[in-house]
Ligand binder design. Structure first.
Ligand code: SF4
Ligand code: SF4
Length: 413
């Protein structure tokens, strides 16, 4: 590998800024799990540099780069402003074109990348997977993680119209970017998002020909697929909206990376404009000034979990708490070590099942120790991961997207 192409400046910028201080180590989940320098942000930056300089072979460092969750906790904790994602994302995209993976990994990647971004394929596959669940222990190890992620019941699709009008006088017009896996695993989140936006005087555009945003592909190093998805999303964007709203942290973070993915391409400038317009639903609503909902009829203790791609990748930590704080009778509690990932991170459950399970177990323990009656978060992956691990520890604590709790409050539920 070598520094090449239009992303090389961003990559070398991240490397050059690192002063090896180590402040990022305690917040790095894989360093916390292993205690190994090479499984830390500082160690990985050095390893990637050595490969790009030609002094190490790619194969020698993949055992340390693969376990990286891409959670970007290291970006939050770095006092030197190292943009680790500027290095990791292009590195993974380049590395993937050069790697020789074992056949089972190649097969799993092919299945994941040809189904998850397509709800029309993922839904029937998820339903099929439910029948395979009782035989989980007989399945190849790599597939067990995938079976664990499936809900007990795969809901039917919930169609939304292409335009949802604002209630009362219109305060804004937005497009909602719909998340592929969320449409299959929990379509109620989009319904709640649209209801809350309309309730707050926001008109919502939902282009039916919008495909995957490419975040999952980019996260797994499938660069060409990610770029193709990004370009197709850019084609369906209406020009006359005030914001592009995301309600899954992974997709929101992906859109903010479009200028990096598309560096040097004719769409680079448009990608910059789009990423400036993209906002998480919580940040958009707090900027707009949300309408206060009625109090919940019963007190409810809710633990808020920071999704890494919301907190670290987009810097959105206060708005979700402000929205939950608006709901009377809702007692918001904080988790210990909120900066540490829950182990969801895209397809991490499938690729690194041991780390994913341990991080999920620890996060669930942290929720249980608060005595919370419900968990809120801003990412479908985290909600799924927390739900699985809470159940494994014998706690049927329900998980909600932040906007679902606001929706319930508006509805007096
Ligand atoms: S905190 Fe920043 S500068 Fe310090 S080692 Fe980590 S990445 Fe490098
Ligand atoms: S992205 Fe997360 S897992 Fe990877 S080095 Fe940074 S803190 Fe560690």
């Amino acid at each position: 590998m070598e520094y090449a192409g239009p992303q090389s400046e961003a990559m070398s910028g991240a490397i050059d800024r690192c002063v090896h201080c180590g402040f990022c180590l305690p917040g790095c989940p894989t360093y916390v799990l292993t205690g190994e320098e090479m499984n830390s942000p500082r160690g990985r930056i050095l390893l990637m540099k050595e490969v790009l300089d030609g002094t190490l072979e790619l194969d020698e460092i993949t055992p340390y780069i693969d376990p990286c969750l891409g959670c970007l906790s290291c970006v939050t904790s770095c006092p030197s402003g190292v943009q680790y994602g500027d290095l990791l994302t292009p590195f993974r995209m380049q590395a993937e074109t050069l790697r020789e993976r074992p056949w089972i990994e190649r097969l799993l990647r092919k299945v994941v990348l040809s189904t998850l971004p397509y709800p029309g394929r993922f839904r029937p596959l998820a339903r099929l997977g439910q029948f395979a669940r009782p035989f989980r222990n007989l399945a190849p190890r790599a597939l067990r993680g995938a079976l664990d992620l499936l809900p007990n019941r795969v809901p039917s699709s919930l169609p939304l119209p292409e335009l949802v009008p604002a209630q009362g006088s219109r305060r804004a017009r937005v497009m909602l970017l719909r998340t592929c896996a969320q449409k299959v695993l929990d379509p109620e989140i989009d319904m709640a998002t649209v209801r809350v936006l309309a309730r707050n005087g926001v008109e919502v555009v939902l282009p039916h020909d919008q495909g995957c945003c490419g975040a999952l592909s980019a996260h797994t190093g499938a660069g060409e697929q990610a770029k193709a998805f990004a370009k197709s999303v850019m084609k369906v964007l209406p020009n006359d909206v005030d914001a592009i709203i995301t309600n899954a942290a992974g997709c929101g973070s992906g859109i903010h990376e479009y200028p990096l993915w598309l560096a040097g391409e004719p769409e680079e400038e448009a990608a910059k404009t789009l990423s400036q317009k993209a906002m998480d639903i919580s940040a958009f609503l707090t900027d707009l000034g949300p309408i206060r909902p009625p109090d919940l009829p019963q007190p409810l203790k809710v633990a808020y979990h920071d999704a890494c791609h919301l907190a670290h990748a987009q810097g959105v930590t206060i708005p979700p708490r402000e929205l939950l704080g608006l709901i009377g009778n809702l007692d918001l509690v904080e988790l210990a070590n909120p900066e540490i990932c829950c182990g969801s991170a895209g397809t991490y459950n499938l690729e690194q099942p041991d780390n994913a399970a341990e991080l999920g177990r620890r996060k669930a323990e942290s929720v249980i120790s608060t005595g919370a009656e419900a968990v809120a978060s801003g990412n479908i992956g985290c909600l799924t991961q927390l739900g699985i691990h809470l159940k494994r520890q014998g706690y049927a604590i329900p998980t909600y997207h932040t906007v679902q709790l606001l929706d319930m409050a508006y509805q007096g539920a």
